[in-house]
Design a protein around this ligand. Sequence first.
Ligand SMILES: *Cc1c(COP(=O)(O)O)cnc(C)c1O
Length: 356
Amino acid sequence: MKKHNFYAGPSILSQYTIENTAEAIRNFAGTGLSILEVSHRSKEFQAVIDEADALVKELLDIPEGYHVLFLGGGASLEFAMVPMNLLAKKAAYIDTGVWAHKAIKEAKLFGEVEVVASSKEANYTYIPKDYTIPADADYFHYTSNNTIYGTETRFDPVSPVPLVCDMSSDIFSRPFDVSKYDLIYAGAQKNLAPAGVTIVIVKESALGKVARAIPTMLDYRTHIAKGSMFNTPPVLPIFSALQTLRYYKQLGGVAAIEKVDIAKAGKLYDAIDDSRMFVGTVTAPEDRSIMNVCFVMKPEYKELEKDFIAFATERGMVGIKGHRDVGGFRASLYNALPMESVDALVACMKEFEAKH
Ligand SMILES: *Cc1c(COP(=O)(O)O)cnc(C)c1O
């Protein structure tokens, strides 16, 4: 039976990425060796990281003065690296969920943190809009897509200070203005590659402004100077990331991808809104994520949630159980998920509803 992969992360990758990665595990770039066993200093791998760097810059229209880094440690390490490298006195953060909260916790180790707003009291079912970013902050940090709750900020916030963004779960799903940002980071396992590499896009002029000592490995300047090869980078995830980037370029780039993503999410939200049984968890329609669609059963059908998971699983749906903090269901519709899978889920919801 065909599987429809709605996992939130690690999550679906394009067939192009999977096939080319499988082939490179057998024979990488005609070397007769596996990508798993070649030096990261080989000319063949250098070509991989160079092309990946160029494609990130091209797809996201990154201006001069920025560097693209391929680092280890996940987005969670960036929660600490960002303030260590950028927070001189004070930073502003918005609390839109567990990931944002974790970023705030780390930033507090390095200086004053002003949390401008939080939607914690409503279990993060909306994104606060009414707040002021202090003009004396070194940067304003936000999480563009709140993977767990299905809320998303699909525009660059207006801010008197440079932006820093955790784009782990929606990078490459829309164009954005990089010049407004000092730094953007994204773990690969939501929209790009297997877990193990984190993309960091950093403005060179934002660095070197803090007085503290920074351990060599945690200093962005180390990785800039060495082209992400200060130490052994995550070779295989970078190779897979390159395949996905090539695939994104073939699709016509992020603006073309965004159109399809909006159509996919629109179809599922329409089905939820038209249903007598299901209801979305995000309270403000403009905050609805096009990457992670969260929904539950209405109170009168609540006891059928387990049955629906079983019903959907029998029909090939994988990974639709909601995060434990939200419950119900979460369908992640990352770039590589085909419309066909959304259609299958919608059909499954309608069939279940008709039966009950
Ligand atoms: C998954 C996720 C993280 C955590 O990423 P790790 O690579 O596991 O550290 C952080 N932020 C967001 C928005 C995420 O979706």
